[in-house]
Design a protein around this ligand. Structure first.
Ligand SMILES: O=C[C@H](O)[C@H](O)[C@H](O)COP(=O)(O)O
Length: 230
């Protein structure tokens, strides 16, 4: 599986050109991309990156990839990131690694977003992977009630679990928030659910990435498939 992730990352690297401003994703697949990009930079390629997490920032610094922020530049040419699920419209679930907030800010500031994944991430409908929702701890029960209402209105329901880290403590994101993993099952209308979650005050962001990915590179046993958004 790791070899497939690296193949997808290598394919995405073919889209990177000298002088580009890049969003650098987070997770085990994006990690391969940052490694491979680091090799290109060491060989003389000139790019600048905006990392989507502290973990990626540290990795990119170790790879000597020049970094900047969205306070210094206003647009990115391309973001390359992984995903937990991708559907046929190239809508995504992201946030399995807890980086969804910065990932969405960076993706939204990018002209293109290439999602790199192994073929197990490709689904008919989003939702088998629990939907990560980044929340403010204050008033959590009230936020969860509003989330449950949003779920019901879009025809889904399921358990909401506060994410814990490996140490057993509540997982805290880079932004200092918590994550609720919503075990919803098949989400028939992901854009509608995203629209219902957006205005909830205690919801900082959610892992539904609607209309952001422009290309998906899927690596499988039979080879690599590149799917463009229609
Ligand atoms: O928060 C984490 C990100 O959204 C990741 O891109 C996503 O979880 C996929 O990660 P991985 O490549 O490790 O499966």
């Amino acid at each position: 599986m790791d070899a497939l992730k690296r193949q997808a990352a290598a394919k995405a690297l073919e889209h990177v050109r000298d002088g580009m401003q890049l969003g650098l994703g987070t997770g085990s697949t994006a990690k391969h991309f940052v490694d491979l990009l680091g090799e290109k930079v060491a060989a003389g390629m000139k790019v600048v990156g905006v990392p989507t997490s502290e973990a990626t920032r540290i990795q990119a610094e170790q790879c000597r990839i020049p970094l900047t922020t969205l306070d210094v530049i206003d647009r990115l040419d391309l973001t390359v990131d992984g995903a937990d699920e991708v559907d046929g419209a190239l809508n995504l679930i992201k946030g399995g690694g807890g980086a969804l907030l910065r990932e969405k800010i960076v993706a939204a500031a990018s002209d293109r977003m290439i999602v790199i994944a192994d073929e197990t991430k490709w689904v008919d409908a989003l939702g088998r992977f629990p939907l990560p929702v980044e929340v403010i701890p204050f008033g959590l029960a009230a936020t969860q009630r509003m989330m449950a209402k949003a779920f019901a209105e879009s025809g889904v329901s399921g358990q909401m679990v506060i994410r814990k880290g490996k140490d057993g403590h509540v997982f805290v994101t880079d932004g200092g928030h918590w994550i609720i993993d919503a075990h919803l099952g098949r989400i028939a209308d992901a854009p509608r659910l995203a629209g219902l979650l957006n205005p909830i005050p205690g919801v900082v962001e959610h892992g539904l990435f609607i209309g952001l990915a422009t290309t998906t590179v899927l690596a499988g046993a039979q080879g690599i498939r590149v799917i463009e958004r229609r």
